[in-house]
Design a protein around this ligand. Structure first.
Ligand code: PRP
Length: 208
């Protein structure tokens, strides 16, 4: 068996992903969500886990630096990486939505300004509707933008809805359901077929 490398997303869903990994029966020395270490191995070193920034997970997998990635659908969509998405882990559930002030501005055919951490997702969504937009790329606290007039709307992930509510914003349209997914590098899917399939089966059993 060849060693496989799995890229895990740091951040919010890391704990539930690590809990699921431990349920596969594989033990990874020192692996916990607050660790400053970035590389971990299971006991027989057949699996290497690397800890990377969520939006970078699809890049590591597309480029073959990792065979498998475990990351939110939001980051897969934004990265536009050419990878296979093979399993929905059904954790980290939320959705992509368009949100704004309840009395949202109607601008006729004018260009809309959308503030977002996910410009590619926003562009694709509005393009499908035939609406021209300009995106303002922000790195957090996106909900501020329509309040202070930086944008007309936002495209962002909504989990409990409390950030929107606390800031007087409402969901205007849902775009896509998000959850943590397993992605696979296209070449590894062929060259490490057994290893990849074995790991997927382990995860599926852990999910039951
Ligand atoms: C995310 C997202 C929303 C919020 C949604 O931000 O961008 O702001 O969570 O969650 P809710 O519906 O449960 O309120 P995050 O907490 O990652 O922080 P950020 O604004 O710094 O990106």
């Amino acid at each position: 068996m060849e060693q496989i490398t799995i890229a895990l997303a740091k951040g919010r869903p890391a704990k539930s992903t690590i809990d699921l990994l431990e349920k596969t029966g594989e033990h990874f020395v020192d692996l916990h969500e607050d660790s400053r270490k970035l590389v971990f191995y299971n006991t027989d070193q057949s699996i290497k886990v690397i800890f990377v920034k969520a939006l970078d997970v699809p890049t590591y997998v597309e480029k073959g630096a990792a065979d498998i990635g475990i990351v939110g659908k939001d980051n897969i969509m934004e990265s536009q990486a050419d990878v296979y998405e093979l399993l929905d882990l059904k954790i980290g559930k939320c959705k992509f939505s368009v949100a704004g002030r309840p009395e949202h501005p109607t601008k006729g055919n004018q260009k809309l300004t959308i503030a977002t951490k996910y410009p590619n997702v926003a562009k694709k969504h509005f393009q499908k509707k035939g609406q021209t937009i300009e995106t303002v790329k922000l790195n957090g606290s996106v909900e501020l933008a329509p309040i202070i007039g930086l944008s007309d709307y936002i495209v962002d992930i909504v989990e409990t809805g409390s950030t929107l509510k606390e800031n007087g914003l409402v969901v205007l349209e849902d775009i896509e359901n998000i959850s943590t997914r397993l992605i696979v590098n296209k070449a590894s899917f062929a060259t490490k077929a057994n290893e990849v399939q074995t790991f997927i089966n382990q995860l599926k059993s852990a999910m039951e």
